[in-house]
Design a binder for this molecule. Sequence first.
Ligand SMILES: NC(=O)c1ccc[n+]([C@@H]2O[C@H](COP(=O)([O-])OP(=O)(O)OC[C@H]3O[C@@H](n4cnc5c(N)ncnc54)[C@H](OP(=O)(O)O)[C@@H]3O)[C@@H](O)[C@H]2O)c1
Length: 296
Amino acid sequence: MSQNRVAVVTGSNQGIGFATVKALCSDFEGSVYLTSRNEERGLAAVEELKKIGLQPKYHQLDINDESSVLRLRDYLKDTYGGLDVLVNNAAILLTFKEGMSDDIFAEHACTVMQTNYFDTQRACKILFPILKPHARVVNLSSMLGHLTHIPGEDSVAVNLRAKLASPDLTYEELDSLMHNFVDAAQKGEHTKYGWPATGYYTTYIVSKIGVSALTRIQHRDFERDSRENIVINHVHPGYVSTQMSDYKGVLTPEKGAVAPSWLALLPPNVQEPKGAFVWCDKTIVDWVKGPMPPLD
Ligand SMILES: NC(=O)c1ccc[n+]([C@@H]2O[C@H](COP(=O)([O-])OP(=O)(O)OC[C@H]3O[C@@H](n4cnc5c(N)ncnc54)[C@H](OP(=O)(O)O)[C@@H]3O)[C@@H](O)[C@H]2O)c1
């Protein structure tokens, strides 16, 4: 039976994704797929794990490319009859540094939102139909994706937070909010709509708030799904030393993979966490009200 079980980690040729594959190779009963947008980098990462006695499998996957996601879906369906674990780890961060122009900020808003929110959502739409009963899905969010990163007590900010936190929020409404940020950023008007002011992490913050709000909608859907016990959570993996953090993070990638791999391996019929925002120490954090635990 375990021969036929399969786990996939997106963007796993390096960083937390790579460490998550490593953890799953040890603890998941079934095949574990390291995936990468660049085949050469992915195969090199597979070789690294083989050197330490692990046996990951490989498939190309670029979430920016719909045909690449479709190819993976068809392959998983044909080979394994579906998918048991999906870790949506792939993401980008483009930081806005002093001296950069408003045009660069606008460009970052487009690019970061496309990969982190829209293309992650598209990958889910393509892959969710092949999830098997008891599947586990983990969306990599971030502490920066916590709702409290939309600041302010004026009515616009309060309304924006209320919309994002609404238990009735729909995919269409969330898409439209994410489009609103990108469109407003093109005109330098994003704060007018309650979004955080231009800063180092702004575009990443909004994209990860999108990922977290998306997870809550997806959880609602899984609660109503005819397939038994599909569980999804969103996770802050910690501040981790990877290319994304310019290797400034305080945790090793292995420590950063602890909560994502734990969520990927939640046992059958688990009661919680479900649809929860999970901190790197595995505690559940209220995504709407907080408080967030102290930084790692
Ligand atoms: N590091 C942290 O402190 C931290 C904190 C909170 C949350 N996170 C989240 O944790 C996750 C992993 O981050 P990380 O720090 O490990 O980042 P990373 O080292 O930069 O790795 C990101 C991975 O995603 C891949 N990727 C990017 N765009 C892709 C695409 N279109 N299709 C497929 N793969 C793509 C990258 O591929 P290439 O190698 O080809 O670029 C790379 O393998 C991300 O979701 C991030 O937002 C990280």
